[in-house]
Design a protein around this ligand. Structure first.
Ligand code: ADP
Ligand code: MG
Length: 252
């Protein structure tokens, strides 16, 4: 039954002019999954995420969230229904403390409509919600630090915290370790991996070590189409996957 799936696509297609960036993609992400989407550069991973969030309109096919069709729903209404993605920390958040930033996002979620003339500290409920998110992401010890003063790995976690403040049931992560030194990326992934199972996670990640440590299910995308989907153990043995990545290793 579709209710056991947090996120699905059916024969999803996206064409840019004559070019097909998403080719008949049927993807089923189970509720509570730790699911990864991998594939070489240009495979169509980001395009697919953009179709899921509603940033892009598909040329054909359907997107379902918790079994309900959302194919033509605007982005903010998908967020309301529990779909979240991360965004880069903007200037405003960079100058605020970690707690203030996430509290502002929690105010939004609680419909408290934070205003600049109202001190963020005047919303106790939002502060509690933000602190709970910071605890989930092991960020309480830096709650009063300015966001921009933190190491890159922690900044990526704050982007995730801002997404979690919306209380999503599905979290989309597009290369969360991008720009993060390898010394920090492992801890970043360990923190993501221990998020509660109420949050389904679909991850795009280039680093295969991180993917294989994190994911329980892997979908391989090549030239816009799904080549295979399986457990990490079986994906690692798949000659087609080896071929795709060997080709890439030789290029790089
Ligand atoms: P990935 O994230 O897997 O590296 P993308 O989804 O970014 O791949 O891109 C897939 C393909 O679609 C690439 O060939 C890219 O050039 C093309 N593409 C992506 N967005 C657009 C666009 N807005 N217009 C035209 N082509 C695009
Ligand atoms: Mg991409």
């Amino acid at each position: 039954m579709s209710a056991s799936y947090a996120l699905q696509t059916r024969n999803l297609v996206k064409r840019f002019g004559g070019f097909c960036a998403t080719n008949q993609v049927t993807l089923n992400v189970a509720s509570g999954a730790r699911h990864a989407l991998i594939g070489p550069n240009g495979a169509g991973k980001t395009t697919l995420i953009n179709l899921l969030t509603g940033f892009l309109e598909p040329s054909a096919g359907a997107v379902l969230l918790k079994g309900e069709e959302v194919t033509h729903l605007p982005q903010h209404l998908r967020v309301k229904r529990g779909l979240a993605r991360t965004f880069q920390i903007n200037r405003l958040f960079a100058d605020m403390s970690v707690l203030e930033s996430v509290t502002l996002a929690s105010c939004e979620q609680l419909g408290l409509g934070a205003r600049w003339w109202k001190p963020v500290g005047s919303h106790g409920e939002a502060i509690d919600a933000a602190a709970a998110v910071l605890q989930q992401l092991r960020l309480l010890d830096v709650a009063h630090h300015r966001t921009k003063s933190l190491a890159y790995g922690k900044q990526r976690l704050i982007e995730i915290a801002l997404a979690l403040a919306a209380k999503p049931s599905v979290l989309l992560l597009d290369e969360p370790a991008a720009g993060v030194p390898t010394s920090e990326s492992r801890e970043l992934f360990e923190t993501i991996a221990q998020l509660p199972r109420e949050v389904t996670i679909l991850l795009i990640e280039h680093d295969m070590d991180l993917v294989f440590r994190f994911a329980e299910r892997i979908t391989v995308l090549v030239n816009g189409a799904i080549v295979t989907e399986n457990t990490p153990e079986l994906i690692a043995q798949d000659p087609r996957v080896k071929e795709v990545y060997l080709g890439e290793a030789l290029d790089g």
